[in-house]
Ligand binder design. Structure first.
Ligand SMILES: Nc1nc2c(ncn2[C@@H]2O[C@H](COP(=O)(O)OP(=O)(O)OP(=O)(O)O)[C@@H](O)[C@H]2O)c(=O)[nH]1
Ligand SMILES: [Mg+2]
Length: 252
């Protein structure tokens, strides 16, 4: 079984991408299971095979611990790790080729507390990758692009797992898609765009961070995908499969 974790800022399109990837993999003849790891999820665009909400109920957490909605979300996210054996057991029963795991909207609850890294690290699998979604609506300026690239690097630092960076909801960028992809594939283009945007005021900070990012070897080359038009799905699924088989070769 190979685990594919979907991460990204709130509303970046994780759940709809999960719903889109499931039939995509199934059509290719792979068996696939969906796992919802978000105890606070309200409406999911797919029917999860395994649902953390069956083990952790947000309103019970609020009542039992006398917490408001934010406090309950934090505690519920922490409690996810305590149900890892249940998730593992359910996954072992299904025993799919791929498990697609949808994470909570509040990325800090998943990546910056202990539960998310623990789950990523300890769920048994013979290959795993993290998809980090750059939300198209958050990367429309060069400075914003750099700030989300830093977040992507930070998630990689926390989850310590091979990561595929995706430009999600790419259809929402319209004519700006080409420009954003230009920044993602060329550090020189992005630096020039930063220079033109900031006119010196925050150029020093953003360009230094960008160069350090490049020096660290972390790639922010993005695969554009749209769950609405299905554009980019072929490229993304091929990248996931390649990444996971590379992991296998490295382990051999
Ligand atoms: N146009 C367009 N809208 C999208 C796409 N993917 C998701 N959306 C919409 O964006 C909104 C958020 O999508 P979700 O899939 O719920 O995003 P999420 O990251 O799971 O959100 P949280 O779990 O709440 O953080 C929904 O209204 C989706 O219909 C896409 O590729 N294109
Ligand atoms: Mg979601």
């Amino acid at each position: 079984m190979k685990n594919v974790f979907l991460t990204g800022t709130a509303g970046a399109g994780k759940s709809l991408l999960c719903a889109t990837l499931l039939p995509w993999f199934a059509d290719k003849g792979a068996t696939v299971a969906s796992v919802n790891l978000d105890p606070g999820a309200q409406n999911l665009p797919y029917e999860p095979d395994i649902d953390i909400r069956d083990f952790i109920d947000l309103s019970t957490v609020m009542q039992n611990y006398q917490l408001g909605p934010n406090g309950a979300l934090i505690l519920a996210a922490d409690l996810v790790a305590t149900r890892m054996n249940d998730i593992q057991e359910a996954l072992d029963t299904i025993n799919p080729d791929y498990a697609i795991l949808d994470s909570p909207g509040q990325i800090e609850l998943f990546a910056y507390r202990n539960s998310g890294p623990y789950i990523v690290d300890n769920l048994a699998c013979d290959g795993k990758t993290v998809l980090f979604l750059f939300d198209s609506t958050l990367v429309s300026t060069p400075t914003n692009f750099v700030s989300i690239a830093l977040l992507a690097a930070s998630i990689q630092l926390r989850l310590k797992t091979s990561q595929i960076n995706v430009l999600s909801r790419s259809d929402m960028l319209g004519p700006n898609l080409k420009k954003v992809l230009g920044w993602s594939s060329s550090a020189a283009k992005l630096e020039q765009a930063l220079y033109e945007e900031t006119k010196g005021s925050s150029y020093q900070l953003s360009s230094t961070l960008l160069r350090d990012l490049a020096k660290s070897g972390i790639s922010y080359e993005l695969i554009p995908v749209s769950s609405t038009t299905r554009d980019g799905m072929l490229d993304l699924s091929a990248t996931i499969t390649r990444q996971l088989s590379q992991g296998e070769e490295m382990e051999d």
